[in-house]
Design a protein around this ligand. Structure first.
Ligand SMILES: [Cu+2]
Length: 144
């Protein structure tokens, strides 16, 4: 818990510091290097594929492979009250999935990260749109 809060704070501070400094995009790897993420993405798996947190915590995904991935929540498999989430910040699942096929929208490239804060308890299922055929799916369980 303490480690997570510290990292999230650190990450926010770093992105503020890097605003307008995109030529140094690689600097973000220093912040998220090593084990400073929660869920890695291999060639076609979320690692771990099941992850548990408490309400209000933030999950950080990192693409630890050479392939492009997405994090795309399954609208019918998240709590009713929950905010929809997907890389690219699309409003709903259909838009997110269509965007990937149209223009690789929501693409998370190698070493890029994505984070989402979970405010509603329950079970959330999500997929990687480009690798759903390989069963690249994940579950987040959020406890009260
Ligand atoms: Cu994938």
């Amino acid at each position: 818990m303490d480690r997570r809060r510290y990292l999230v704070t650190l990450a926010s501070a770093a992105s503020v510091g890097l605003a307008g400094c995109t030529a140094l995009g690689d600097v973000s790897n220093e912040v998220f290097g090593g084990d400073e993420y929660d869920i890695g993405m291999s060639r076609n798996e979320f690692l771990p594929d099941e992850y548990e947190i408490n309400v209000g915590e933030t999950v950080i995904w990192k693409n630890t492979s050479g392939a492009d991935h997405t994090v795309t929540a399954l609208e019918g498999s998240i709590p009713d009250e929950a905010e929809y989430f997907a890389t690219g910040d699309y409003e709903n699942e259909q838009t997110a999935r269509d965007a990937w096929h149209a223009e690789r929208g929501g693409r998370l490239g190698t070493r890029e990260t994505y984070s989402h804060t979970f405010e509603v308890p329950g079970t959330y299922e999500y997929i990687c749109e480009p690798h759903i055929y390989a069963d690249m799916v994940g579950t987040i369980i959020v406890h009260e």
